[in-house]
Design a protein around this ligand. Structure first.
Ligand code: ZN
Length: 280
């Protein structure tokens, strides 16, 4: 009897200890996943706001580019026009996803070019390259808003779609975002810097998805993106009128062998939203 109650007491204390340890662990995990600061959009203005009228299109002189190169900068007018058209559709469509302007620091993007380093006039039609942030949208924003004077630190996307389906406008479409260095789309690639490998950046619009909390690592997959993200992305792609065959991923255009984003992306889910009957 005594031995039995000792055994029972041991089992009970073990069970209680296990419950306490597991709940502490749960609390710890819970606080880890909620310790991320909420997205801070102080100072951001809505794309539909009249305050957001025209983005600067002045060309940025590059002190490192030798003047002798037959490179000609482009004011990106065709891309600016495309953006203006999408913005107009956004203003007209009350069910469109929320869209805010959160400008990246100008060191993180550059001009598009009319010619490549050999003086060849460029004729590529635009493509859309999809990415994921790996980090949270907030830390991605912090990075893009920080000046990065060194070429190798510069990175940006045109648009970032948060987990709750908001679109954050970071880089003017008339400008070249540094989304995919050393890249090629089919046989299309452009060299605009003698020191860097050819890339698709000159004719790309880079759209990135915020990675879910369970995917903030370098593993091969995660739980995937939210329905709100697919809906916002499908809306944005549809408004550009860029055909499906010119929508690609960073993983597909990358030539460095290092990029695999966006991981766990479902083309089928995107297509479901693209085909969904939307009133605007
Ligand atoms: Zn990427």
């Amino acid at each position: 009897m005594g031995r039995l109650s000792d055994g029972l007491r041991f089992t009970l204390s073990f069970a209680i200890a296990a419950v306490v340890i597991l709940s502490l662990w749960g609390v710890m995990l819970g606080s880890m996943s909620t310790s991320e600061p909420p997205l801070d959009l102080t100072g951001a203005i809505a794309i539909d706001d009249p305050q957001f009228e025209r983005e600067p299109t002045t060309l940025t002189p590059d002190p490192l580019a030798p003047a002798t190169l037959p490179l000609q900068r482009s004011n990106g007018a065709a891309y600016e026009q495309l953006f203006a058209q999408v913005r107009q559709q956004h203003q007209r469509c009350p069910s469109a996803p929320p869209w805010y302007s959160v400008p990246a620091h100008p060191t993180n993007f550059g001009d598009r070019f009319r010619t490549d380093i050999h003086g060849q006039v460029l004729k590529q039609e635009p493509i859309i390259v999809l990415h994921e942030t790996v980090a949270s949208a907030q830390s991605a924003l912090n990075f893009f808003q920080t000046p990065h004077p060194r070429d190798e630190d510069q990175a940006s996307y045109h648009e970032l779609i948060t987990l709750n389906g908001w679109i954050l406008h970071l880089v003017p479409w008339s400008k070249r975002a540094y989304g995919a260095g050393n890249s090629m789309f089919g046989s299309e690639s452009v060299q605009t810097n003698p020191r860097l490998a050819p890339s698709v950046n000159n004719f790309a619009l880079h759209f990135s998805l915020e990675t879910p909390p369970g995917g903030r690592h370098n593993g091969r997959q995660h739980q995937g993106y939210t329905e709100a993200q697919y809906r916002a992305l499908a809306w944005l792609i549809a408004q550009t009128g860029i055909p499906a065959e010119r929508v690609t991923t960073h993983a597909a255009v990358d030539r460095s062998g290092e990029r695999m984003d966006p991981r766990s992306f479902s083309v089928a889910t995107l297509n479901r939203y693209r085909l969904a009957d939307d009133s605007c």
